[in-house]
Design a protein around this ligand. Structure first.
Ligand SMILES: Nc1ncnc2c1ncn2[C@@H]1O[C@H](COP(=O)(O)OP(=O)(O)OP(=O)(O)O)[C@@H](O)[C@H]1O
Ligand SMILES: [Mg+2]
Length: 268
């Protein structure tokens, strides 16, 4: 049975879709897992756009309306990912039964190692359905007071519906004065952090391209992409060295060698 993680935040625009898309790619690319991403933001769908899907004929709306089987709405995404896009039609959105998501996910769970559900912001009915469909939640917050306060509310809601939280991801960090540190966020929320993603130019611009794409594809060797790989590694518990860590190790062993040489010279 695969793990099902719903990516939730509380406050809007903090980076849930960005995290879902990049984490999904990191899980397939770096670890070879089979990953399905579900765009459960049934009102304001973004994920399929970010993943490069062009007007898919069958969407999550059709599945939630009971007019299509779930597997018919699964499409190929980049780097071997699979995606269930959300529909864009406002009229079908008004009729969808979000609670069906629980049984839809149950049906798909055995077919994938990981299912990542991109939820909408807030704590409305559709968000609760997306939360209930998962095995655990991953919270996303910006390092600011309003964002942390809102994600705290999400945590409280999760407790009320008996949904477990795996941990938090701190997105858009910039080391500015007044920013709440990752450590403080972990303390406030009483949960582990899977890591930080900086407020980064390559992520911002990945949304400004003619064909928008996740930063894992836009700038795969950059620091932002490495941050997502690191988060994926922590979530899966697998060890994969990031480029930065390799460079750091290389530097330390280089310094170590120089230090040893100096010691030898002194002894002589
Ligand atoms: N680490 C980052 N650095 C710079 N820009 C970022 C970062 N993360 C996200 N963004 C930008 O913030 C905006 C919102 O991101 P995203 O759509 O992922 O948020 P969301 O939480 O899914 O929003 P919504 O609540 O509307 O679903 C996008 O323009 C995205 O490019
Ligand atoms: Mg979103």
């Amino acid at each position: 049975m695969g793990e099902v993680y719903t990516i939730v935040s509380g406050k809007g625009g903090v980076g849930k879709t960005t995290v879902t898309a990049n984490l999904g790619i990191a899980l397939t690319e770096s670890f070879g897992y089979s990953v399905l991403m579900i765009d459960a933001d049934v009102a304001m769908a973004n994920l399929s756009l970010l993943m490069g899907l062009k007007s898919p004929p069958i969407t999550l709306h059709d599945v939630l309306l009971g007019s299509s089987p779930a597997m018919d709405a699964v499409y190929d995404g980049p780097k071997n990912t699979k995606i269930i896009p959300s529909g864009l039609s406002l009229s079908t959105y008004q009729r969808v039964d979000a609670d069906r998501l629980v049984s839809v996910v149950k049906e798909l769970q055995s077919k994938f190692d990981y299912i990542l559900i991109d939820a909408a912001a807030g704590i409305e009915k559709n968000v609760l359905a997306a939360m209930s469909a998962s095995t655990q939640l991953i919270l996303v917050t910006e390092p600011t007071a309003p964002s942390v306060a809102d994600v705290f509310k999400t945590k409280m809601v999760a407790q009320r519906i008996n949904q477990r939280v795996l941990g938090v991801i701190v997105n858009k960090t910039s080391n500015q004065k007044g920013e709440i540190s990752e450590k403080e966020i972990m303390k406030m929320l009483e949960m582990p952090s899977f890591g930080k993603v900086p407020y980064a130019e390559d992520i911002r611009t990945s949304f400004l391209l003619k064909k928008i794409k996740p930063v894992m594809l836009h700038n795969p060797s950059g620091f932002s992409a490495e941050s997502f790989r690191k988060i994926a590694r922590r979530i899966t518990g697998k060890e994969v060295e990031t480029t930065q860590e390799k460079e750091k190790k290389g530097l330390f062993s280089f310094l170590g060698k120089i230090f040893k040489k100096k010691k030898k010279i002194k002894k002589k």
